[in-house]
Design a protein around this ligand. Structure first.
Ligand code: FRU
Length: 493
């Protein structure tokens, strides 16, 4: 079997090795306190998200032995309320031949009282050649996870596709379960394949999903397909690789897009009404949606992408997830807001109102907060907020009334990373008199929601210790009003 050092499971580690990793990562001041992150090692996609048996269950791709992409396990966290998480035993350790090079991403669905975890067993023959098996593990209501005895459910890939077929999304429509798989055709274009099952065990291929009015040649691989329905509208979300930037869109190495319309699953036909980039920021990929306790539509993403180097790599941990977002539809577009459970983390509140004459400094002393700022621009044309600022650096969020452009600029930060894809992201916005901004800041991640989630930017940032400033700026007078909450810790290390 093809073996490299990075294809080792946690069962092969010594206690000293794990203690070394834990200690090394423990006191990194860039670790978030309320965004899910790995205790040590590398996190990527959210997996198996579910509200099941009175708890939220969150799994994520995890490589334990440092900051590289190697043997992927499924780490597991559990929460009553979506914000206070406990770390549970590792849910999937890839010990079997059908998953010899990792338990890759997948989703969860409750079937007959158990939580079915569908995932991809990744198999590598050498550095280049690979295969994929679709697998199942079942978690019972005591939290015990057991791999299905007759795995894999689907052995290998269908004809016409390369070994890149993965990330099962399973859902039920009427009497059948359906599985969407992200895939690469043999002509090296991306696609989604559909399977069907009566019982969740026995799967038959239906074929490729046809997405009408959509370019057949849109990137070389589609990862993490997701299907959801909001207010009767069908939505397909996926993470295509290999699409070119288009103006201010698709500027990241990999991107997330969604199509909105109607899914006719019997005819494998998705009729597209509109098509959008999912997010406007830098570090956002591999989204997964799920229904919460009140059937609200929630979504998490990996706040990262690709295989870049990040400033925390040297401390043997990398990446975090976004905060859970609640999705709704407005004007045929997805609106994203932080899940309302965020309020449970609120600690001290400070509010202030005033007039900014070119520059106003908000009192602040750490970078773990929620900030709601409303700006009434009066006669100002260019205005905005500097975050994580000090005399050395700042993250700039700037609005331009004339061009109706909002810009997030991280080029003034001292710790630069993934700079080959640019340090500025822009988006078009209706800039009227008032702008509403919500910032979730958590040591090394900022999520910025503008005008109630119309535009959203996710960015990682690695500020200097002294960079805790928040400043309002304008080219003329503006009125401001803000509420700032310090936030409590949601996840222990
Ligand atoms: C997306 C992805 C998935 C795959 C997983 C492996 O980031 O490449 O397609 O299942 O990560 O960790």
């Amino acid at each position: 079997m093809y073996k490299e050092e990075k294809y080792r499971t946690i069962l092969e580690a010594t206690d000293e090795e794990l203690k070394y990793l834990r200690d090394k990562a423990l006191n990194d001041r860039w670790k978030p306190i309320y965004h899910v992150h790995p205790q040590y090692g590398l996190l990527n996609d959210p997996n198996g998200l579910a509200y099941y048996n009175g708890y939220y269950h969150l799994f994520h791709q995890w490589y334990p032995f440092g900051s590289i992409h190697g043997m992927k396990h499924w780490a597991h966290l559990k929460s009553k309320n979506l914000v206070e998480w406990t770390r549970e035993d590792v849910a999937l350790i890839p010990t079997e031949s059908y998953e010899s090079h990792g338990a890759y991403s997948g989703t969860a669905i409750e079937i007959d009282g158990d939580l079915f975890l569908y995932y991809t067993g990744n198999v590598k023959y050498d550095k280049e050649r690979r295969n994929a098996n679709q697998c199942l593990a079942i978690m019972d209501n005591n939290g015990k996870v057991v791999k299905y005895k007759d795995n894999p459910l689907i052995e290998g890939v269908p004809k016409g596709y390369t070994g890149h077929v993965r990330d099962p999304k399973v859902f039920k429509i009427k009497d059948y379960y359906y599985m969407l798989l992200g895939a690469q055709r043999e002509d090296l274009t991306g696609a989604i394949i559909v399977y069907k099952s009566k019982d969740g065990f026995q799967w038959d291929i239906c074929g490729e999903l046809h997405i009408s009015n959509f370019d057949n040649d849109f990137g070389y691989m589609w990862e993490c397909p997701d299907y959801l329905n909001i207010d009767g509208k069908d939505i397909l979300v996926f993470s295509p690789q290999g699409i070119e930037p288009d103006g201010e869109n698709y500027k990241n190495l990999f991107n997330v897009v969604y199509v909105l319309g109607n899914l006719d699953i019997d005819n494998l036909e998705f009729t597209v009404e509109s098509f959008h980039e999912f997010e406007n920021g830098f570090d956002f990929y591999a989204t997964q949606s799920f229904k919460g306790r009140e059937k609200q539509m929630l979504l998490l993403a990996w706040a990262g992408l690709g295989e870049f180097k990040y400033p925390t790599d040297k401390n043997m941990w990398t990446h975090c997830l976004t905060f859970p977002r609640e999705l709704s539809l407005k004007n045929n577009k997805i609106i994203q807001k932080p899940a309302k459970e965020l309020e449970l983390l609120r600690d001290e509140k400070k509010s202030e109102k005033g007039i900014c004459n070119r520059f106003f400094k908000v009192e602040n002393f750490n970078n773990t907060y929620e900030l709601d700022i409303n700006l009434d621009r009066k006669s100002s044309n260019i205005f905005g907020v500097n975050l994580v600022s000090s005399s050395e650096e700042k993250l700039v969020l700037e609005f331009n009334k004339e061009s109706c452009i909002v810009t997030l600029d991280r080029s003034n930060m001292k710790n630069i990373f993934v700079e080959e894809y640019g340090s500025v992201r822009k988006s078009k916005l209706h800039i009227n008199q008032n702008i509403k901004i919500k910032v979730l800041m958590d040591n090394s991640i900022a999520e910025i929601f503008i005008n109630d989630g119309d535009v959203v930017f996710t960015t990682r940032i690695f500020p200097l210790k002294e960079s805790t400033g928040i400043e309002i700026f304008s080219d003329d007078l503006i009125d401001f009003h803000y509420d700032k909450y310090t936030l409590k810790r949601g996840i222990l290390d």
